[in-house]
Design a protein around this ligand. Sequence first.
Ligand code: ZN
Length: 156
Amino acid sequence: MKEYICECPGCQQTGVIALTTTYLGTVIPTDTKRYCVDHCEVEETRANEYGFLAKRTHVTPIEGMPCTFHVGSDRYPGTVLSVSKSGKTILVQRRSFKAAAGHDYFGSQKWEIGELEGAAVWYTLRRNGRWSQKGQPMKYSNLGLGYARVYQDPHF
Ligand SMILES: [Zn+2]
């Protein structure tokens, strides 16, 4: 697997997320750069502020990378514990979370992510380019890589 270095100046971390930016209505060409987890978030926010469409077009899993389990409209945070040599099988585990200061269940939800908890689970990369729990059909793709989010739908 090809290794990239984060394109943020001075950063020596691995460029694990490919961020593709497009500016609609001008001649600025579509651009793809590789960033570490932290800088991807920063660049994504900046791109949006300047009116670019920013899309994470590829994520290479690495040990310690944040991840998110999508369950219906809910989101649960987790971490990648290990990655197979091929990069196509990963072991992931959920993290605990609790309401943070300023949390509003029906408005702006604010969560604090805590320790690893529960059973570690294997996920495999499928031919649709998404991650599914090992042994489960491809249609049950529910893992997001490169970010950890919490959201609880107040309508259920
Ligand atoms: Zn970086």
